[in-house]
Design a protein around this ligand. Structure first.
Ligand SMILES: Nc1ncnc2c1ncn2[C@@H]1O[C@H](COP(=O)(O)OP(=O)(O)OP(=O)(O)O)[C@@H](O)[C@H]1O
Ligand SMILES: [Mg+2]
Length: 359
């Protein structure tokens, strides 16, 4: 029996459309809002890191059986090969390792309710490979300690404080105030400390096998659909329980590679008044979560014009294009990796009636 198609590469949007008879609302139902828009951005020529979406149907099948449906994992492996081909990187490879994020994304956005794990694919061996490649050990150890931390909290259900306490204590011993004060050696030591935290709490080691990391993270996102936070949010907002979440596997791009890199979020116009002015925050040398986590003081988006002029110009062009395309104000996420801009998310921004009239 040929198993059902559970996985769509970002460049397979036409197939997804065909499956749901071309209706965009149903494409969003199948791929989730995040997945559908990543594929749509790729289609209209916006730079999106290669990746694929595991459908909400797969999530629902998982909820019903408590296991991956027949064919899902094989299809993920085929899609991963395609991503390796388009990026020229290899997942689990030591020469030019591919890292991915594993991101939840339901049909309707549920901000902060569901889970995401960044930097999947890092382990002791691929970390060495990335250091050889980038000559940037600070960046690599920073990414690695983030993975152990997010994997611990999202996938292994460990309390955030388990890692935060270790980090805070380390910083206070060293007299550091900011995460950016941490050197490569500090972060290397923190990787070792974080591994110990996992072992202590779980009784086993942080998994070194990248495929196991990906599989467990995907499963964790499926499970987060039934998490208390997500269920409560759906009750409060009248989102049906049977929609399920999609899972997006997205090639990692790095905003934490140095001062020519950064990450940010923005509204293409003022969500309260509709005034045509970009509203947003960004941070140099940081990874996605830092901007929203409030650990560091963010910069106003317009300051990006002097820090990353080329990327800023392109960002303004792309967001204008997205507004025109979706005919609505957009709420976007982006990352600049060594001067190169990548869009990581776009969605119609929520706004007041007054703002809608102006758009
Ligand atoms: N492949 C990637 N490369 C770089 N950054 C990424 C990647 N995937 C996700 N991120 C960043 O990680 C953060 C969390 O991702 P994600 O968008 O999945 O969840 P969220 O923004 O917390 O919630 P929501 O589901 O409402 O979007 C975001 O800032 C996002 O831009
Ligand atoms: Mg997001």
């Amino acid at each position: 029996m040929v198993s059902k198609k559970w996985v769509y590469l970002f460049h397979e949007l036409e197939q997804a459309e065909k499956y749901v008879s071309g209706d965009w609302e149903r494409v969003r139902g199948l791929l989730g809002g995040k997945g559908a828009n990543l594929a749509e951005m790729a289609r209209i020529g916006v730079p999106v890191p290669p990746g694929f979406t595991v459908t909400t149907e797969a999530c629902n099948a998982y909820q019903a059986d408590g296991a991956f449906p027949e064919g899902l994992w094989d299809q993920m492996m085929v899609a991963l090969k395609d991503v390796e081909k388009s990026t020229g990187k290899k997942f689990g490879g030591t020469e030019n390792p591919l890292l991915v994020s594993c991101r939840s994304g339901a049909k309707f956005s549920m901000p902060g309710m569901m889970d995401t794990v960044l930097n999947i694919g890092l382990n002791d061996a691929t970390a060495q490979g990335m250091i050889a490649l980038t000559k940037n050990d600070r960046f690599v150890y920073d990414s690695y300690r983030r993975l152990i931390q997010m994997f611990g909290s999202v996938v292994l259900g460990m309390p955030d404080e388990a890692f935060e306490d270790v980090l805070d204590e380390y910083k206070s011993i060293k007299g550091f105030k900011l995460d950016t004060d941490l050197t490569a050696d500090d972060l290397k030591e923190l990787v070792a400390e974080f591994k110990k935290v996992t072992r202590k709490h779980k009784g086993f080691d942080f998994p070194q096998d990248p495929l196991e990391q990906m599989r467990l993270a995907t499963e964790a996102v499926f499970k987060s659909w039934q998490g208390k936070r997500a269920v409560d949010y759906r009750r409060a907002t009248n989102i049906p329980d049977d929609l399920g979440t999609a899972v997006n596997i997205v090639t990692m791009v790095f905003g934490n590679m140095g001062m020519d890199s950064g990450t940010g979020v923005a509204f293409t116009r003022n969500p309260a008044t509709g005034e045509k002015k970009m509203y947003g925050d960004y941070l140099l040398n940081a990874q996605g979560e830092d901007v929203v986590a409030g650990i560091r003081n963010t910069e106003k988006i317009e300051n990006m014009a002097k820090d990353l002029p080329e990327a800023y110009k392109q960002f303004m062009e792309i967001t204008a294009k997205l507004e025109l395309h979706y005919k609505d104000l957009q709420d976007v996420e982006f990352t600049v990796e060594r001067g190169r801009l990548w869009m990581l998310q776009t969605r119609n921004g929520k706004r007041t009636a007054r703002a809608a009239v102006k758009a």
